[in-house]
Ligand binder design. Sequence first.
Ligand code: B12
Ligand code: SF4
Length: 538
Amino acid sequence: MLLTSVFGPYAQDDSFGSRSINPMELYHNQVTRAQGSYSIRMFHRSWGIMMIQANISAPCAVLDFPKRKDFERELNQNQYDIVGISSIIVNVGKVREMCRMIRQLSPRSEIVVGGHVTSISNLDEMIDADHIVRGEGISWMRRYLGEDPSAAIRHPSIVSGLQTRVMGIRVPERKGGTAATIIPSVGCPMGCNFCTTSAFFGGKGKFVNFYQTGDELFEVMCKIEAELSAHSFFVMDENFLLYRQRALRLLERMKSAGKSWELSVFSSANAIRKYTMQELVELGVSWVWLGLESPHSTYSKLQGADTKQLTRDLRENGIRVQGSTIIGLEHHTPENLPDEIEYAVTHHTDFHQFMLYTPAPGTQLYRQMAAEGRILEDIDPADVHGQFKFNFRHAAISRDDSKTFLDWAFRRDFEVNGPSLFRMCDTIFKGWQRYKDYPDQRVRERFARQTRKLSSAYNAALWVMEREFKRVNRHVSEQIHSLRRQIEEEFPVVARLAANLLGPVMLWTSRREEKRLAAGHTYEPPTILERRNWIVTS
Ligand code: B12
Ligand code: SF4
């Protein structure tokens, strides 16, 4: 079997649906896109097909981020019984082309298409596939192959990010240096009306749990820690903290085994409030993706939450906060949207994602808008990714203005709060100051680990940002200066050496990167081929 993601290049405009505005990069696509050379750039593998591959016994190759010629070569050089394609809706044009290529080059292969692209209700009329698989794919594939669909889930060891780059420098990759991805569940029971992930795995009240208990999760994390030497985990679960019992059992096991792990999690505001700060810190939560949406939204996940205070508290305790705000909600108008953007920006999060309100097929919002005749039918799916323009008729905001407001939000957040890299350093330092003498050694170790970078490379980066940001916002530049001074007082030798020696080099690489970006340079992920249970026949 061949399991493949859609072909690249991704960050270039082409007729198959690639868009330069929609790169295969989490931060640069939707979080730090307006931050120039300070934008944090990295790629993430296609975890869905990696999970499927690890959980079947058939010989299986995973081809990630192929170019068309790689995909063509793979089909020509092997006789695949099954070719599975994983895609999201924006890339449906690529899926169509890949199905066409399979029919031509490997006519005996069965074509299986899975992932969020299958939320398109008439997908069968758009592509030539044998099976369109909606929802959870591991159990489907096991059933299809005659294996046990309910067998325990084997978690592959996944390095979360690849080829990280910031300020024009590729961060060296070393074993254990990058977080490992762990996927405890898919879906989310909160069922917010616009949420594709929730809708795709059953909607309100439903989700698919791969690991029910804290004990199971702990065992998986130990295995991955041993294989990757990782002590940091990117927990890919839409609302990890919602399952308090599981999280607290994990904490118990971590404590008794002395595990000084760091967790990056997604959480709704009401879920996070079920924990004391001490519980979060001891659980190793060091980064939280928090949906802020809008001060006037009625989402139950936000009810009763003072998100500004929450953000402040988290950052004061060394927990980096990534806020997420929606632009173009029903109540937005050109008059009130600037205030809402200002409200978002004054959360002073470490990172801030802004996304257009986007009805995507399969969601409650899409059904409602379709019934009201408000979906714009003639928009190419490749342009519906939340970072361009509305795909629906908004009562008060035009399609063109939706982009203007979105771009403005990113720029405003950057100008008011400075580079996310600086904000992140600020949070790490606050955490270090508060917890460096904490009684639990695991916690002390974690902050000491994070602070090692702060006193070296990050301090050099601060030196550069302080200089460069004077031209953008003098007040932020002064804040950066003050943070740098505090770090240098705490670590006088290393931090000063780093700023003096590495700083000028980073200034140069950063300026060079700005020029490259201004000239339209984009980045693409590497093509990766991994075979499992493979039998070589001659
Ligand atoms: C990691 C990620 C990315 C990575 C890309 C990784 C990659 N290699 O493609 C990055 C950060 C680059 C990214 C970018 C984008 N993403 Co994204 N991303 C995710 C995220 C957070 C996790 C995906 C994941 O691995 N989940 C865990 C795995 C196990 O679940 P899964 O992928 O769904 O796979 C399961 C099933 O879908 C199914 N399955 C999947 N593939 C296949 C294949 C076969 C053959 C079968 C049978 C089954 C099957 O089985 C799997 C196991 O159950 C999801 C949100 C989420 N929580 O899922 C959004 C999500 C997939 N992304 C989304 C979007 C919109 C984007 C962007 C357009 C960004 C943006 N502006 O919002 C860009 C597109 C970039 C591009 N040019 O293609 C949407 C998709 C919406 C939709 N309806 O299509 C999601 C759902 C987020 C959201 N809620 O809006 N993304
Ligand atoms: S809480 Fe977040 S993940 Fe859950 S349904 Fe709402 S938007 Fe989706």
